[in-house]
Design a protein around this ligand. Structure first.
Ligand SMILES: [Zn+2]
Length: 218
């Protein structure tokens, strides 16, 4: 499993291209802009795109999901609770670029416990409300050396739930600070400390670093 990061759009949202190296299959997480650039990258590596996954219904994370689907016909996955944001942009109409947005034609709902499989890679869906009602994280549990080859720590794609020594904002519609902190405590801090967190903005961090250094949990 290999993670490629591209900062896209006005808010430099981290779009992740997750590659299953053995099969060449891949998924895109949060194509919040630069859809053509993302597809060019996928084509340049000869990857076989399987899914677009949206961590939550904010436009800087899904702006080009419909564009990618229009070009590739892959399923677009999001939680049911946040899917309404794709239909009714509401306050997000203020976001530059919304007027050229292509709506995804078909949306597939994912929920807690679902597994998104491509090649030999499985991403587990974890529901982590707080930043938005339907925010999800995607967890890959890692690989031990006992399974042959090199061991790798687990990986968590956290959307805007948690950032490097910071947490997501909760002042947008549907946000809830209490819920957000509970989601982090119960769904993130319970993961192995060496799990690498890939957030929706800024640099990666680890579960252990956030447990010990995140100012919201002291
Ligand atoms: Zn957000």
């Amino acid at each position: 499993m290999k993670v490629h990061t591209r900062a896209v759009g006005l808010l430099q949202t981290n779009c992740y291209i997750v590659e299953d190296e053995a099969s060449g299959k891949a998924v895109i997480i949060d194509p919040g802009g630069d859809g053509q650039g993302i597809l060019d990258f996928i084509n340049s590596r000869g990857l076989d795109l399987q899914y677009v996954v949206i961590t939550h219904g904010h436009i800087d994370h899904f702006l080009d999901a419909g564009f990618v689907q229009a070009k590739t016909s892959v399923p677009v996955l999001i939680s049911e609770a946040d899917s309404g944001f794709l239909e009714d942009l509401g306050w997000m109409r203020a976001f530059p670029g919304y007027e050229r947005m292509i709506r995804p034609k078909a949306i597939t709902f994912v929920k807690e416990g679902d597994v998104i499989s491509f090649g030999n890679t499985d991403l587990q869906v974890i529901e982590t409300p707080g930043h938005s009602p339907g925010s999800i994280c995607l967890y890959w549990p890692g690989r031990s050396d006992a399974q042959g080859g090199e061991g790798m720590p687990g990986v968590l794609f956290s959307g805007d739930l948690i950032f490097s020594v910071d947490v997501g904002r909760t002042d947008l519609p549907g946000g809830d600070t209490h819920q957000l902190l509970d989601s982090i405590r119960n769904k993130v801090f319970t993961l192995p400390g060496d799990t690498v967190i890939y957030p929706g903005h800024d640099e990666p961090t680890t579960v252990e670093r956030e447990r010990t250094e995140n100012p919201f949990f002291r």
